[in-house]
Design a protein around this ligand. Sequence first.
Ligand code: SF4
Length: 437
Amino acid sequence: MNQGVGKASSAPKAVQTDPVKISLKDCLACSGCITSAETVMLEKQSLDEFLSNLDKGKYVIVSLSPQSRASLAVHFGFSPYQIFGKLTTLFKSLGVKAIFDTSCSRDLTLIESCNEFLARYNKCSPTDEERSKSPLLPMISSACPGWICYAEKTLGSYILPYISSVKSPQQTIGSAIKNHICQKLGLRPEEIYHVTVMPCYDKKLEASRDDFVFQLDSDGERIAEVDSVLTTGEVLDLIKLGSVNLTNLEESPVDKLLSNVDEDGHLYGAHGSSGGYADTVFRYATKLLFGKEIKGPLEYKTIRNADFREVTLEVQGKVVLRFALCYGFRNLRNIVTKIKSGKCEYHFLEIMACPSGCLNGGGQIKPIAGQSAKDLIPLLEAAYSESVLVSDPFENPRIRRLYDEWLGQPGSEKAKRHLHTEYHPVTKSVTSQLQNW
Ligand code: SF4
């Protein structure tokens, strides 16, 4: 639309401008988006879209996050394993062919993260002073799309080299399904419709990134690793929509191909309700770099608040590894200021945009009447950790098989192609135009 300009010479000179366009690129992942592009994108990833794809002849796979499982388990008063079995019954009654568990693909991302950290650490200058100027360390975890979105759109090019290139568990399970598991099932990737159930809306933005769409040949169909994302709350809507009585619903056997369930029916996974990145990489680096094996839980020290905690390893009185969990925008803004000024002393940062991490994601089931978010988090933490056996990702037989059959070694060319990604500074087109208003 062209803006009309008056001819009166005494009138202030109007500036002819193009209409402001808002696109997905302008989204800051605040979960409050209302623009047309986001609406189209979100419609593609809504409950209606999921339901409409159930009878289009595709092989539908659902991948369930452990945070969503914990949220539904607490809400309905079941164990995480029980809710997994009941959701398997529910989804299969709708026509879904398999329900997997992203704790399994998270083990893949953790192994690749360990490998990447070691490579960065070994390449880095050994002196603290020089290290602080290197874009290799601190390595920053990349599983949180809220953080990635903020980094790309607000912080830009200086921060991006610090961010791990490993894709999130959502995208690695998508890549595994569309690039490898489909062949085992005798299907082409485009014959699969893959849905994830996640604790936040930002995962919808993540699944929509061009980086996570591939083509088998130059004029072939564009194939998304993840076709649709449902939040935990949307699964609750689905249960309500069908008036499903979960208490009466039988538990089906869990699909073990890509799920962390052992032969005795126990769930297992890495320690840490937001992914266990700092925990796993710290243990790995301690063992590989300094020959020390840590048994039992790591001792985190609270630094500023419960959402900023650190763990260190000292050798001969000197700190040789310093890792931190840094959750919530208040803490992450402080830490990126330190990185920018070259004063960050951490080797690794597990950054999550939500205070308290993923169990507190915006897509989780809201607290019930009379319950505060503060009351709910410990219940979710307990459900998440008490009924899940802590395991070493490197010992996961499902992941070993993926490396044996598909990827080769951690950090291999194939692993880089399918499990790693790149980040891009994004011009704040609307914001900069708005500043001129
Ligand atoms: S921290 Fe929050 S925004 Fe980030 S992945 Fe977890 S739930 Fe999503």
